[in-house]
Design a protein around this ligand. Structure first.
Ligand SMILES: O=C(O)CCC(=O)C(=O)O
Length: 271
């Protein structure tokens, strides 16, 4: 299974419409791979808080139109990163929780097969944490060769979410992000930790460049179920293409069956 992570340079100089066109073309260029992954909030930038409400769009808005078409033109599964979703029926007012940081996943036919509203919002008492509502549902997507568990950026710090995804059948985690350069060491460490503890692939795709004054880490990373880094991007815009062996998840879980030794958080009584 071949995957391409598109580490997009998100900066304040490029308009959302132009970036959307550019990213759609980059997705089309990936024809021949199985799965394409985009970063978090790449239309606005994850730290461009003032843009969230202005650029909010419904689930099936302009980004959906562009990504659905790009996925079907390329004939790829596409995790299209996330958008600031102005929830249907909502007023767009952040105070009413009408905005969400929502990921979109497409089949090679261009069908929107899943969406995920980010559960853990970043910013403590500002930014996304106050401007957006929190998702409540875990999301998995069945691809022909693997079951994908979906999570977004700050979610990476919450291992219980990934355990929940494993319990729901996930074998590969796909995580779009807009991770800042300042905490790049955490990014790499946590991506490897989530892979090791869950014996799953981690495909973590961040942004490059600087937007809203926040330099981005780049360094998108692919980790295998043993915790080995299969590929890691540099700091700039880059397409990171990697071959995965989906069977490795089952093999790792069989040969080193630590997941079977879980005692807490399961319905089965402790041994
Ligand atoms: O947890 C972090 O250090 C970064 C998280 C973040 O930037 C985000 O979720 O948008």
């Amino acid at each position: 299974m071949r995957a391409s992570l598109l580490q997009i340079d998100v900066n304040d100089d490029e308009s959302v419409a132009s970036r959307r066109r550019r990213v759609a073309d980059l997705v089309r260029d990936q024809a021949g791979v199985d799965l394409v992954v985009l970063p978090e909030l790449w239309t606005t930038g994850a730290f461009a808080y003032e843009e969230f409400a202005a650029q909010a769009e419904p689930l099936r808005g302009p980004t959906h139109e562009a990504m659905s078409k790009a996925a079907s033109d390329a004939g790829v599964w596409l995790h299209a990163g996330s958008i600031p979703e102005g929830a249907e029926g909502g007023t767009g007012s952040a105070a009413e929780g009408a905005l969400y940081n929502t990921s979109l996943v497409y089949s090679p036919a261009g069908e929107l097969v899943a969406s995920y509203r980010k559960i853990h919002r970043f910013g403590f008492d500002q930014g996304e944490a106050v401007l957006m509502g929190a998702g409540t549902e875990l999301v998995t997507v069945e691809l022909p060769e693997t079951v994908v568990g979906v999570a977004t950026c700050y979610d990476l710090r919450f291992p219980e979410l990934f355990r929940g995804l494993v319990d729901a059948g996930a074998q590969t985690f796909v995580l779009p992000a807009g991770w800042p350069e300042r905490r790049r060491a955490h990014w790499t460490l946590l991506a490897r930790a989530r892979a090791v503890e869950n014996q799953a692939y981690v495909l973590a795709c961040g942004t490059a460049g600087t937007h809203a004054g926040v330099p981005q880490a780049g360094h998108s990373i692919v980790v295998d179920p043993w915790g080995e880094v299969l590929a890691e991007a540099g700091p700039g815009e880059e397409v990171l293409t990697v071959d995965l062996d989906p069977a490795k998840v089952a093999v790792t879980r069989e040969q080193f069956p630590a997941l079977k030794d879980r005692l807490l958080g399961l319905d089965t009584p402790a041994r």
